[in-house]
Design a protein around this ligand. Sequence first.
Ligand code: ZN
Length: 131
Amino acid sequence: MVPHKDEKERDCGSQHLSLVDAIRHAEQNLRCQHLRLEPYWGTTVENLGQVVGFQLSSRKRWRLDYDIKKGVHVNEENFDASPSNQKVVHRVIGTSSDLQVRLQWRKWTSGADMPDKVKEEIEFLARDRKR
Ligand SMILES: [Zn+2]
């Protein structure tokens, strides 16, 4: 059987030695290096209530993530780009745990004002769990 592959996602082709380098590359691709970005709040159970990246709009954004296969990486998303360039992964080499990611999320979150929408989502989730 052929293993499932996410066709829409591609690697940026660079070997990033640091998180800052990976973020810089994503922002270059999105052409938003010198623009004011809004915090991008997590939407999954693991990162709800935390700032996981930054966005120019809901169509152009990047977020920091970790998984076993890719390690620490930045997911660049540009829904205005051609289909093969909408999702680009910037891997940070030599990283083997999600600690760096969690610390960075915490740092960004501590400097941001949580929108009411996010607060409501957290309350909703807490209520849902009690059932
Ligand atoms: Zn890159």
